[in-house]
Design a protein around this ligand. Structure first.
Ligand code: ADP
Ligand code: MG
Length: 494
C-alpha cells in the first residue's frame, strides 16, 4: 500500500500511509487508539472507496474499492466486532458458507444443506477446531465465533488474513488456541496481519511490526531487532515514563462494607471493605468470579444472602437502579454490551448515568447543557472523537472505554467499580485510565479495581483481595506483595 490517504468529516484518518507485507509471515500492526490501524486495514479489505493512494500485489497495481475486489485477490479480514459479521440464528455451517449460499440463491440454485455442513466441517477440521457445523451461532462463545469468521475467511483462496484485535476479548487459553491457528496458517503460506495492543503476544507470534501514530506511518521493523519499550516509545512518540501515577492519598472512613455475600451463581461468602480514597484490587484469573462479584455489588445479579453496608448504613442493592441511586457505579467488562450504547452519540452516552431514569430512552436528551458537559468531559478525558455527536461505535476501543468511564464521572458516585477497564486498550489510553482512577481516589472516592493483569493490580492498588473460584482466598496490603505471589494464590495456591 503506497501513500494511502483517507478523510472522514473532521478527521484525516490516514495521511500518506505506506505499508507492505509478505505471504508466509505474521505482521504486527500497532499504534495507540485512533492511530488509523483499523482504517488502513479496511482500505486493504475494500471497505472504503474514497481513499487516495495505490495498492500493489506482487509488484502489479491492483484496484481495491469493494470487499469483492479484495477477496478476488485473496485478501480477507476478520473485524474487531465479531458479532456484527455473523447471523446469530443461523448455524455455524451456514455462517461459514454465507457468501456461497447467497450467491447460489441469486443464481436460483437449490441450497444443498448437506454439502454446506460437509464443507464447513472440512474447514473447521483443517483448523483443528472442535465446533459442530450444526450449532447455532447464538450459542457460541466469542472465541468460537471468531473461529467461525476465520473459517469463513480461509474457505476461499486466502493469501492475506487480517485479524483486527482478535485477542482483546479472549482468555489465555482461547488466545493460545488462536495462536495455534495463526501459526498453522502461516505454515500454509498465508500472510497474517495482526492488530493487537498486547505487545508480549505480538513479540511471541509476529515476524515484522509496523507502528502507526496519528494516521501516519512511523516505522517498520523486524520483531527480532526491536524491543517492547522501543515500540511503545514509537507508538506514543515520547519517552516512556512510569505508567502508573504516584498517588499518596489520605485514606478516610470505610465507605463500602460487604459481609458474607453469596450469589446464585458463583460468589461464596465474600466479605470485604473499601475506604474513601482507597483503591482496592480484585485479583484473579479469567473465570475466577471477579465479574460476578462486581455485578453482585452493583445489583446486576441475584444475591442469596449477605449484607452491603454503605457509609455505615445497611442498604439494599438488588438492581443497578438502586446501586446508582445509592452512589455505586460500575464500568463493566463487556462495555460494548452493557456499558455504553454504541449506536448513540458520545454526548448522550456521557449523560446516561446522570438521568433519573437509568437505562431508559435517551432520545429527548438533546439540550445544550448536556452537550456542553459532554464536551468538557471529552476534553478532560482526552476522548478522540470528531464531535460529541459522533456515534460511539465509530470510536476506537480505548475511546469507547473512556466514554464508559466518563459517563460515571459525570454521575459523581461514591464507589467506583472497574471491571477489567484496560482490556483491549492501548498503552496510551491505559495511562489515561490509571490517572483518572488516581484522581478519583484523590477526590475521596472508594475504588474497586478488578483485573487479571496482575502488574496493574500491583501498580495501581493500595490493597488486594485475591479471588479464586468465587471466594476471596487472600488479602494483601499491596506494597507487601508482588505479581508472583498474587499469581500463586490466583491459581489456587494455599
Ligand atoms: P485504530 O484502529 O488505530 O484505533 P481507527 O482506524 O479506528 O484507529 O481510527 C482512526 C481515526 O479515524 C479515529 O480518529 C477515528 O475516530 C476516525 N474514524 C475511523 N472510522 C471513521 C468513520 N467511519 N467515521 C468517522 N471517523 C472515523
Ligand atoms: Mg481499531
Amino acid at each position: 500500500m503506497k501513500n494511502i490517504t483517507i478523510e472522514f468529516p473532521g478527521v484525516k484518518a490516514l495521511d500518506e500511509v505506506s505499508f507492505s507485507t509478505e505471504t508466509g509471515t505474521t505482521h504486527a500492526l500497532i499504534g495507540a487508539n485512533g492511530a488509523g490501524k483499523s482504517t488502513l486495514m479496511k482500505v486493504l479489505s475494500g471497505a472504503y472507496n474514497h481513499y487516495t493512494g495505490d495498492i500493489f500485489l506482487d509488484g502489479e497495481q491492483i484496484v481495491i474499492r469493494s470487499p469483492k475486489d479484495a477477496q478476488k485477490h485473496g485478501i480477507q479480514i476478520v473485524y474487531q466486532e465479531v458479532d456484527t459479521a455473523l447471523i446469530p440464528y443461523l448455524t455455524v455451517g451456514e455462517n461459514i458458507l454465507l457468501n456461497e449460499t447467497v450467491n447460489d440463491m441469486g443464481r436460483k440454485q437449490i441450497v444443498n444443506w448437506k454439502e454446506i455442513h460437509r464443507k464447513a466441517t472440512e474447514v473447521l477440521d483443517s483448523m483443528n477446531v472442535n465446533v459442530s457445523s450444526k450449532r447455532l451461532v447464538s450459542e457460541l462463545t466469542l472465541a468460537e465465533k471468531q473461529m467461525v469468521l476465520i473459517a469463513r475467511a480461509i474457505l476461499k483462496e486466502c493469501k492475506f488474513l487480517i485479524l483486527d484485535e482478535p485477542t482483546a476479548p479472549l482468555s489465555h487459553s482461547e488466545t493460545n488456541e488462536l495462536f495455534r491457528i495463526v501459526r498453522s496458517l502461516k505454515e500454509k503460506n498465508v500472510g497474517i496481519i495482526f492488530i493487537s495492543h498486547r505487545l508480549p503476544e505480538l513479540f511471541d507470534i509476529c515476524d515484522d511490526i509496523t507502528v502507526m501514530r496519528n494516521g501516519q506511518f512511523v516505522v517498520k521493523e523486524k520483531i527480532a531487532e526491536t524491543s517492547t519499550n522501543r515500540v511503545i516509545e514509537r507508538m506514543l512518540g515520547q519517552k516512556l515514563e512510569d505508567q502508573f501515577p504516584k498517588h499518596n492519598v489520605e485514606i478516610g472512613e470505610t465507605i463500602l462494607e460487604v459481609n458474607n455475600l453469596h450469589d446464585t451463581e458463583k460468589i461464596k461468602n465474600v466479605s470485604m471493605h473499601v475506604k474513601a480514597g482507597e483503591v482496592i484490587g480484585i485479583a484473579g484469573l479469567v473465570g475466577a468470579g471477579k465479574t460476578e462479584l462486581c455485578k453482585a455489588l452493583f445489583g446486576a445479579s441475584k444475591k442469596t444472602s449477605g449484607e452491603i453496608v454503605l457509609k455505615g448504613k445497611t442498604v439494599k442493592v438488588n438492581n443497578p437502579h438502586q446501586a446508582v441511586k445509592q452512589g455505586i457505579a460500575l464500568v463493566p467488562e463487556e462495555r460494548r454490551k452493557e456499558g455504553i450504547l454504541v449506536t448513540e452519540p458520545v454526548f448522550s452516552n456521557l449523560s446516561a448515568a446522570n438521568l433519573k431514569q437509568f437505562a431508559s430512552v435517551f432520545s429527548f436528551l438533546n439540550n445544550k447543557a448536556e452537550k456542553a458537559k459532554a464536551r468538557e468531559m471529552i476534553g478532560s478525558l482526552g476522548i478522540k472523537t470528531p464531535s460529541e455527536e459522533t456515534r460511539v461505535q465509530n470510536l476506537s476501543g480505548g475511546n469507547q472505554q473512556k466514554v464508559a468511564i466518563g459517563k460515571w464521572l459525570l454521575a459523581d458516585a461514591d464507589v467506583y467499580i472497574f471491571d477489567e477497564p484496560t482490556k483491549g486498550v492501548d498503552v496510551g489510553a491505559k495511562k489515561d485510565i490509571f490517572e483518572l482512577i488516581s484522581k478519583l481516589a484523590q477526590r475521596g472516592k472508594a475504588i474497586i479495581y478488578a483485573s487479571c493483569e496482575l502488574s496493574e493490580i500491583i501498580g495501581i492498588t493500595d490493597r488486594v483481595y485475591v479471588v479464586y473460584d468465587g471466594e476471596i482466598t487472600k488479602e494483601f496490603v499491596t506494597p507487601s506483595t508482588d505479581e508472583e505471589e498474587l499469581l500463586f494464590y490466583s491459581t489456587g495456591g494455599k
